[in-house]
Ligand binder design. Structure first.
Ligand code: UD1
Ligand code: UDP
Length: 363
Protein backbone atom coordinates (compact mmCIF):
# COMPACT_ATOMS: atom_id res chain seq x y z
CA UNK A 1 0.00 0.00 0.00
CA UNK A 2 1.47 3.35 -1.02
CA UNK A 3 -0.29 6.46 0.30
CA UNK A 4 0.41 10.06 -0.65
CA UNK A 5 -0.38 12.30 2.34
CA UNK A 6 -0.83 16.00 1.70
CA UNK A 7 -0.23 18.59 4.43
CA UNK A 8 0.44 22.30 4.33
CA UNK A 9 -0.86 24.18 7.36
CA UNK A 10 -0.19 23.99 11.11
CA UNK A 11 -3.22 21.93 12.20
CA UNK A 12 -2.48 19.39 9.47
CA UNK A 13 0.97 18.73 10.90
CA UNK A 14 -0.60 17.87 14.27
CA UNK A 15 -3.04 15.48 12.56
CA UNK A 16 -0.41 13.89 10.32
CA UNK A 17 1.80 13.29 13.36
CA UNK A 18 -0.81 10.79 14.56
CA UNK A 19 -1.05 8.92 11.27
CA UNK A 20 2.24 9.12 9.36
CA UNK A 21 4.23 6.79 11.62
CA UNK A 22 1.40 4.24 11.82
CA UNK A 23 1.07 4.32 8.06
CA UNK A 24 4.77 3.69 7.61
CA UNK A 25 4.57 0.61 9.85
CA UNK A 26 2.24 -1.13 7.39
CA UNK A 27 2.98 0.45 4.05
CA UNK A 28 4.73 3.23 2.21
CA UNK A 29 3.96 6.91 2.67
CA UNK A 30 4.88 9.75 0.35
CA UNK A 31 4.49 12.84 2.51
CA UNK A 32 3.94 16.06 0.56
CA UNK A 33 4.14 19.52 2.17
CA UNK A 34 2.44 22.07 -0.07
CA UNK A 35 4.34 24.95 1.56
CA UNK A 36 1.14 26.79 2.56
CA UNK A 37 2.71 27.47 5.97
CA UNK A 38 6.41 28.12 5.68
CA UNK A 39 7.51 30.19 8.71
CA UNK A 40 9.66 28.18 11.10
CA UNK A 41 7.19 28.59 13.96
CA UNK A 42 4.21 27.55 11.83
CA UNK A 43 5.88 24.59 10.19
CA UNK A 44 9.37 23.23 11.07
CA UNK A 45 8.79 23.32 14.81
CA UNK A 46 5.91 20.83 14.47
CA UNK A 47 7.96 18.38 12.43
CA UNK A 48 10.75 18.49 15.03
CA UNK A 49 8.60 18.32 18.18
CA UNK A 50 6.14 15.75 16.92
CA UNK A 51 8.74 13.65 15.17
CA UNK A 52 6.91 13.79 11.87
CA UNK A 53 8.92 12.23 9.04
CA UNK A 54 10.56 14.78 6.77
CA UNK A 55 8.32 15.35 3.73
CA UNK A 56 9.51 13.61 0.60
CA UNK A 57 8.35 16.67 -1.38
CA UNK A 58 7.87 20.34 -0.54
CA UNK A 59 5.91 22.13 -3.25
CA UNK A 60 6.97 25.55 -1.95
CA UNK A 61 3.69 27.23 -2.89
CA UNK A 62 3.47 29.76 0.00
CA UNK A 63 0.90 32.58 0.38
CA UNK A 64 -1.25 33.97 -2.44
CA UNK A 65 -4.90 34.63 -3.24
CA UNK A 66 -7.02 31.54 -2.56
CA UNK A 67 -7.58 30.78 -6.22
CA UNK A 68 -3.95 31.17 -7.24
CA UNK A 69 -2.64 29.37 -4.17
CA UNK A 70 -4.93 26.38 -4.76
CA UNK A 71 -4.17 26.35 -8.49
CA UNK A 72 -0.40 26.40 -7.88
CA UNK A 73 -0.75 23.50 -5.45
CA UNK A 74 -2.76 21.49 -7.97
CA UNK A 75 -0.20 22.16 -10.70
CA UNK A 76 2.73 21.21 -8.48
CA UNK A 77 1.08 18.18 -6.87
CA UNK A 78 -0.03 16.45 -10.05
CA UNK A 79 3.47 15.57 -11.31
CA UNK A 80 4.38 14.25 -7.83
CA UNK A 81 1.39 11.93 -7.95
CA UNK A 82 2.30 10.91 -11.47
CA UNK A 83 5.87 10.14 -10.48
CA UNK A 84 5.15 8.30 -7.23
CA UNK A 85 2.01 6.45 -8.40
CA UNK A 86 0.25 6.04 -5.00
CA UNK A 87 -2.81 3.86 -4.36
CA UNK A 88 -4.49 6.57 -2.34
CA UNK A 89 -4.22 10.23 -1.44
CA UNK A 90 -4.80 11.12 2.22
CA UNK A 91 -6.11 14.58 3.09
CA UNK A 92 -6.62 16.39 6.38
CA UNK A 93 -9.10 19.01 7.50
CA UNK A 94 -10.30 21.96 5.46
CA UNK A 95 -7.50 24.12 4.11
CA UNK A 96 -6.64 25.04 0.53
CA UNK A 97 -4.02 22.26 0.66
CA UNK A 98 -6.84 19.79 1.39
CA UNK A 99 -8.90 20.96 -1.58
CA UNK A 100 -5.91 20.89 -3.94
CA UNK A 101 -5.23 17.28 -2.92
CA UNK A 102 -8.89 16.33 -3.44
CA UNK A 103 -8.91 17.74 -6.96
CA UNK A 104 -5.65 16.07 -7.99
CA UNK A 105 -6.67 12.74 -6.42
CA UNK A 106 -10.10 12.62 -8.00
CA UNK A 107 -8.89 13.75 -11.45
CA UNK A 108 -6.30 10.98 -11.42
CA UNK A 109 -8.83 8.44 -10.18
CA UNK A 110 -6.98 7.61 -6.97
CA UNK A 111 -8.69 6.56 -3.78
CA UNK A 112 -9.27 9.91 -2.07
CA UNK A 113 -9.42 9.65 1.73
CA UNK A 114 -10.44 12.55 3.98
CA UNK A 115 -9.58 12.77 7.67
CA UNK A 116 -12.04 15.02 9.59
CA UNK A 117 -14.82 14.46 7.08
CA UNK A 118 -18.42 15.54 7.61
CA UNK A 119 -17.88 18.71 9.63
CA UNK A 120 -20.21 21.54 8.78
CA UNK A 121 -20.46 25.08 10.07
CA UNK A 122 -23.30 25.94 7.65
CA UNK A 123 -21.44 29.16 6.88
CA UNK A 124 -20.77 29.07 3.17
CA UNK A 125 -18.85 32.36 3.36
CA UNK A 126 -16.10 30.62 5.29
CA UNK A 127 -13.41 29.43 2.83
CA UNK A 128 -12.92 26.31 4.98
CA UNK A 129 -16.61 25.33 4.59
CA UNK A 130 -16.21 25.33 0.81
CA UNK A 131 -13.04 23.24 1.13
CA UNK A 132 -14.74 20.72 3.46
CA UNK A 133 -17.84 20.19 1.38
CA UNK A 134 -15.98 19.88 -1.94
CA UNK A 135 -13.40 17.53 -0.44
CA UNK A 136 -16.02 15.25 1.11
CA UNK A 137 -17.88 15.02 -2.18
CA UNK A 138 -14.67 14.12 -4.04
CA UNK A 139 -13.66 11.48 -1.46
CA UNK A 140 -13.99 7.69 -1.61
CA UNK A 141 -13.27 7.34 2.10
CA UNK A 142 -14.65 9.79 4.63
CA UNK A 143 -13.19 9.41 8.12
CA UNK A 144 -15.65 11.07 10.47
CA UNK A 145 -14.51 12.25 13.91
CA UNK A 146 -18.01 12.17 15.45
CA UNK A 147 -21.47 10.63 14.97
CA UNK A 148 -22.81 14.08 14.03
CA UNK A 149 -20.28 14.20 11.18
CA UNK A 150 -21.61 10.85 9.87
CA UNK A 151 -25.14 12.29 9.95
CA UNK A 152 -24.04 15.46 8.14
CA UNK A 153 -22.56 13.36 5.34
CA UNK A 154 -25.72 11.24 5.09
CA UNK A 155 -27.82 14.39 4.78
CA UNK A 156 -25.79 15.26 1.67
CA UNK A 157 -26.22 11.75 0.28
CA UNK A 158 -22.74 10.51 1.22
CA UNK A 159 -23.15 7.10 2.85
CA UNK A 160 -20.66 4.84 1.08
CA UNK A 161 -17.09 4.78 2.32
CA UNK A 162 -18.05 6.66 5.50
CA UNK A 163 -16.31 5.44 8.65
CA UNK A 164 -16.67 6.76 12.15
CA UNK A 165 -13.13 6.77 13.53
CA UNK A 166 -13.04 9.34 16.33
CA UNK A 167 -10.90 12.43 16.13
CA UNK A 168 -7.14 12.32 15.51
CA UNK A 169 -6.59 15.53 17.50
CA UNK A 170 -7.85 13.67 20.55
CA UNK A 171 -5.20 10.99 19.94
CA UNK A 172 -2.62 13.79 19.66
CA UNK A 173 -3.59 15.58 22.85
CA UNK A 174 -3.63 12.39 24.93
CA UNK A 175 -0.02 11.93 23.94
CA UNK A 176 0.99 15.56 24.41
CA UNK A 177 -0.68 16.52 27.67
CA UNK A 178 1.67 14.79 30.10
CA UNK A 179 4.71 15.45 27.93
CA UNK A 180 3.92 19.17 27.87
CA UNK A 181 3.50 19.25 31.67
CA UNK A 182 6.92 17.64 32.09
CA UNK A 183 8.83 19.50 29.41
CA UNK A 184 7.30 22.93 28.85
CA UNK A 185 8.45 25.92 30.87
CA UNK A 186 6.25 28.41 29.04
CA UNK A 187 4.20 29.43 32.10
CA UNK A 188 7.38 30.35 33.96
CA UNK A 189 8.81 32.13 30.92
CA UNK A 190 5.68 34.26 30.58
CA UNK A 191 5.40 34.66 34.35
CA UNK A 192 1.74 33.59 34.45
CA UNK A 193 0.19 31.34 37.08
CA UNK A 194 -1.67 28.11 36.38
CA UNK A 195 -5.41 28.86 36.17
CA UNK A 196 -4.93 32.62 36.30
CA UNK A 197 -4.70 33.75 32.68
CA UNK A 198 -6.71 33.69 29.47
CA UNK A 199 -5.25 32.17 26.29
CA UNK A 200 -6.50 33.77 23.06
CA UNK A 201 -5.90 33.03 19.36
CA UNK A 202 -7.37 34.89 16.38
CA UNK A 203 -6.66 34.17 12.73
CA UNK A 204 -9.94 33.73 10.80
CA UNK A 205 -10.14 36.05 7.79
CA UNK A 206 -13.59 37.24 8.91
CA UNK A 207 -12.10 38.48 12.19
CA UNK A 208 -8.69 39.75 11.10
CA UNK A 209 -9.53 41.40 7.79
CA UNK A 210 -12.38 43.58 9.12
CA UNK A 211 -10.99 46.37 11.27
CA UNK A 212 -14.25 46.74 13.23
CA UNK A 213 -14.22 43.04 14.19
CA UNK A 214 -10.60 43.19 15.26
CA UNK A 215 -11.33 46.29 17.41
CA UNK A 216 -14.32 44.56 18.95
CA UNK A 217 -12.24 41.49 19.82
CA UNK A 218 -9.55 43.72 21.35
CA UNK A 219 -12.19 45.56 23.38
CA UNK A 220 -13.60 42.27 24.68
CA UNK A 221 -10.25 40.63 25.48
CA UNK A 222 -8.92 43.76 27.19
CA UNK A 223 -11.83 43.58 29.65
CA UNK A 224 -10.63 40.22 31.02
CA UNK A 225 -10.06 40.21 34.79
CA UNK A 226 -6.65 38.54 34.33
CA UNK A 227 -3.70 38.61 31.88
CA UNK A 228 -4.48 37.56 28.30
CA UNK A 229 -1.77 35.64 26.43
CA UNK A 230 -2.07 35.87 22.63
CA UNK A 231 0.22 33.73 20.45
CA UNK A 232 -0.33 35.77 17.29
CA UNK A 233 -0.66 34.28 13.81
CA UNK A 234 1.34 36.28 11.19
CA UNK A 235 -1.90 37.23 9.41
CA UNK A 236 -3.15 38.85 12.63
CA UNK A 237 0.14 40.64 13.26
CA UNK A 238 0.08 42.20 9.80
CA UNK A 239 -3.55 43.30 10.13
CA UNK A 240 -2.97 44.79 13.59
CA UNK A 241 -0.11 46.81 12.14
CA UNK A 242 -2.02 47.79 9.01
CA UNK A 243 -5.06 48.94 11.04
CA UNK A 244 -2.84 50.83 13.48
CA UNK A 245 -3.87 48.59 16.38
CA UNK A 246 -0.50 46.98 17.11
CA UNK A 247 0.50 49.34 19.89
CA UNK A 248 -2.83 48.97 21.67
CA UNK A 249 -2.78 45.18 21.34
CA UNK A 250 0.73 44.86 22.75
CA UNK A 251 0.04 47.28 25.60
CA UNK A 252 -3.20 45.64 26.72
CA UNK A 253 -2.47 41.99 25.94
CA UNK A 254 0.55 39.68 26.23
CA UNK A 255 1.16 39.24 22.48
CA UNK A 256 3.74 36.53 21.77
CA UNK A 257 5.02 34.56 18.77
CA UNK A 258 3.08 31.49 17.61
CA UNK A 259 4.09 28.65 19.89
CA UNK A 260 5.24 25.11 19.22
CA UNK A 261 2.68 22.39 19.96
CA UNK A 262 3.94 21.36 23.42
CA UNK A 263 4.15 24.91 24.75
CA UNK A 264 0.78 25.69 23.25
CA UNK A 265 -0.83 22.62 24.82
CA UNK A 266 0.70 23.64 28.16
CA UNK A 267 -0.87 27.10 27.78
CA UNK A 268 -4.25 25.58 26.90
CA UNK A 269 -4.05 23.20 29.82
CA UNK A 270 -3.01 25.91 32.28
CA UNK A 271 -5.41 28.65 31.13
CA UNK A 272 -8.46 29.59 33.15
CA UNK A 273 -10.36 30.14 29.89
CA UNK A 274 -9.66 30.21 26.19
CA UNK A 275 -10.95 32.64 23.57
CA UNK A 276 -10.38 31.56 19.98
CA UNK A 277 -11.67 31.45 16.43
CA UNK A 278 -9.62 28.33 15.66
CA UNK A 279 -11.34 25.03 14.95
CA UNK A 280 -8.65 22.87 16.52
CA UNK A 281 -8.20 25.02 19.61
CA UNK A 282 -11.93 24.84 20.50
CA UNK A 283 -11.68 21.09 20.50
CA UNK A 284 -8.40 20.90 22.36
CA UNK A 285 -9.76 23.20 25.09
CA UNK A 286 -12.68 20.77 25.45
CA UNK A 287 -10.33 17.75 25.66
CA UNK A 288 -8.30 19.48 28.36
CA UNK A 289 -11.31 20.67 30.37
CA UNK A 290 -10.72 24.38 29.76
CA UNK A 291 -13.79 26.51 29.08
CA UNK A 292 -13.81 28.16 25.68
CA UNK A 293 -15.30 31.28 24.10
CA UNK A 294 -15.48 30.96 20.35
CA UNK A 295 -15.04 34.23 18.51
CA UNK A 296 -17.42 33.15 15.75
CA UNK A 297 -21.19 32.99 15.26
CA UNK A 298 -21.19 29.25 14.50
CA UNK A 299 -18.96 26.22 14.84
CA UNK A 300 -18.50 22.87 13.15
CA UNK A 301 -17.64 21.36 16.58
CA UNK A 302 -21.24 21.60 17.78
CA UNK A 303 -20.92 18.98 20.53
CA UNK A 304 -18.62 21.27 22.53
CA UNK A 305 -21.33 23.95 22.59
CA UNK A 306 -24.20 21.55 23.36
CA UNK A 307 -22.57 20.44 26.63
CA UNK A 308 -21.71 23.97 27.69
CA UNK A 309 -17.90 23.83 27.46
CA UNK A 310 -17.88 26.21 24.50
CA UNK A 311 -19.82 29.45 24.06
CA UNK A 312 -20.29 31.16 20.70
CA UNK A 313 -19.67 34.86 21.29
CA UNK A 314 -18.75 36.10 17.81
CA UNK A 315 -16.53 39.14 17.40
CA UNK A 316 -18.79 40.90 19.89
CA UNK A 317 -17.07 42.95 22.61
CA UNK A 318 -19.87 42.70 25.20
CA UNK A 319 -20.35 38.94 24.78
CA UNK A 320 -16.58 38.36 24.97
CA UNK A 321 -16.30 40.49 28.11
CA UNK A 322 -19.26 38.75 29.78
CA UNK A 323 -17.95 35.33 28.79
CA UNK A 324 -14.57 36.16 30.35
CA UNK A 325 -16.04 37.61 33.54
CA UNK A 326 -19.11 35.44 34.25
CA UNK A 327 -18.69 32.25 36.21
CA UNK A 328 -20.54 29.93 33.83
CA UNK A 329 -20.30 26.18 34.17
CA UNK A 330 -20.55 23.35 31.60
CA UNK A 331 -23.63 21.17 31.92
CA UNK A 332 -22.04 17.78 31.14
CA UNK A 333 -18.76 16.17 30.01
CA UNK A 334 -19.47 13.75 27.16
CA UNK A 335 -16.91 12.02 24.90
CA UNK A 336 -18.17 12.59 21.36
CA UNK A 337 -14.77 12.37 19.67
CA UNK A 338 -13.73 8.78 20.23
CA UNK A 339 -11.27 6.98 22.44
CA UNK A 340 -7.83 8.09 21.26
CA UNK A 341 -7.51 5.32 18.67
CA UNK A 342 -8.66 7.27 15.61
CA UNK A 343 -5.25 7.03 13.92
CA UNK A 344 -5.18 3.24 14.19
CA UNK A 345 -8.73 2.94 12.83
CA UNK A 346 -7.97 5.20 9.87
CA UNK A 347 -4.93 3.15 8.84
CA UNK A 348 -6.91 -0.11 9.19
CA UNK A 349 -9.79 1.21 7.05
CA UNK A 350 -7.30 2.34 4.40
CA UNK A 351 -5.72 -1.11 4.38
CA UNK A 352 -9.09 -2.81 4.08
CA UNK A 353 -10.23 -0.51 1.31
CA UNK A 354 -7.06 -1.05 -0.69
CA UNK A 355 -7.32 -4.81 -0.03
CA UNK A 356 -3.73 -5.17 0.97
CA UNK A 357 -4.56 -6.43 4.40
CA UNK A 358 -1.62 -8.51 5.58
CA UNK A 359 -2.28 -9.95 9.10
CA UNK A 360 1.48 -9.93 9.72
CA UNK A 361 1.55 -6.18 9.33
CA UNK A 362 -1.76 -5.37 11.03
CA UNK A 363 -1.47 -2.64 13.64
C1 UD1 B 1 -4.91 28.64 6.88
C2 UD1 B 1 -6.20 27.90 6.53
C3 UD1 B 1 -7.10 27.86 7.76
C4 UD1 B 1 -6.37 27.27 8.96
C5 UD1 B 1 -5.06 28.02 9.16
C6 UD1 B 1 -4.28 27.32 10.25
C7 UD1 B 1 -7.12 28.10 4.26
C8 UD1 B 1 -8.15 28.74 3.43
N1 UD1 B 1 -6.95 28.60 5.50
O1 UD1 B 1 -5.27 29.99 7.24
O2 UD1 B 1 -8.20 27.02 7.48
O3 UD1 B 1 -7.18 27.44 10.08
O4 UD1 B 1 -4.29 27.99 7.96
O5 UD1 B 1 -3.39 28.18 10.87
O6 UD1 B 1 -6.46 27.19 3.82
N2 UD1 B 1 1.62 33.75 6.56
C9 UD1 B 1 2.90 33.94 7.00
N3 UD1 B 1 3.69 32.83 7.18
C10 UD1 B 1 3.27 31.58 6.93
C11 UD1 B 1 1.96 31.39 6.47
C12 UD1 B 1 1.14 32.48 6.30
O7 UD1 B 1 3.32 35.05 7.24
O8 UD1 B 1 4.06 30.61 7.13
C13 UD1 B 1 0.75 34.93 6.40
C14 UD1 B 1 0.73 35.46 4.98
O9 UD1 B 1 0.66 36.85 5.02
C15 UD1 B 1 -0.59 34.92 4.43
C16 UD1 B 1 -1.46 34.88 5.67
O10 UD1 B 1 -0.58 34.58 6.75
O11 UD1 B 1 -1.13 35.73 3.42
C17 UD1 B 1 -2.55 33.84 5.61
O12 UD1 B 1 -1.99 32.54 5.34
P1 UD1 B 1 -2.89 31.40 4.64
O13 UD1 B 1 -2.16 30.12 4.61
O14 UD1 B 1 -3.44 31.91 3.37
O15 UD1 B 1 -4.13 31.30 5.60
P2 UD1 B 1 -4.20 31.11 7.16
O16 UD1 B 1 -4.85 32.32 7.75
O17 UD1 B 1 -2.89 30.71 7.72
N1 UDP C 1 -1.26 25.68 17.78
C1 UDP C 1 0.06 25.72 18.19
N2 UDP C 1 0.62 26.93 18.46
C2 UDP C 1 -0.07 28.11 18.39
C3 UDP C 1 -1.43 28.06 17.98
C4 UDP C 1 -1.99 26.83 17.67
O1 UDP C 1 0.71 24.68 18.30
O2 UDP C 1 0.50 29.17 18.67
C5 UDP C 1 -1.85 24.37 17.43
C6 UDP C 1 -3.07 24.00 18.21
O3 UDP C 1 -2.72 23.30 19.39
C7 UDP C 1 -3.83 23.12 17.23
C8 UDP C 1 -3.49 23.72 15.90
O4 UDP C 1 -2.29 24.45 16.08
O5 UDP C 1 -3.36 21.79 17.28
C9 UDP C 1 -4.60 24.64 15.46
O6 UDP C 1 -4.18 25.41 14.41
P1 UDP C 1 -4.93 26.73 13.95
O7 UDP C 1 -5.65 27.36 15.07
O8 UDP C 1 -3.91 27.53 13.26
O9 UDP C 1 -5.92 26.17 12.82
P2 UDP C 1 -7.41 25.61 12.80
O10 UDP C 1 -7.51 24.49 13.76
O11 UDP C 1 -8.32 26.75 13.08
O12 UDP C 1 -7.58 25.17 11.38
Amino acid sequence: MRVCSVVGARPQFVKAAVISRKLREVGEEVLVHTGQHYDEELSDVFFEELDIPEPEYNLGVESDTHGRQTAKMIAALEPVVEETDPDAILLYGDTNSTLAGAIVGSKRDLTVAHVEAGLRSANWEMPEEVNRVLTDHASDLCFAPSRAAVTNLAEEGITEGVHWTGDVMYDAILDARERSRRRSTILEELDVDEGAFVLATVHRASNTDERSNLVSILDGLSAAPMPVVVPAHPRTVSRLREFDLWRRATEELEVIEPQGYLDFVRLLDGAERVATDSGGVQKEAFFLGTRCLTLREETEWTETVDCGWNRLVGPNADSIRDGLRDDWEPTSSPHPYGDGAAGRRIVRRLQEHLSVDDPERRI
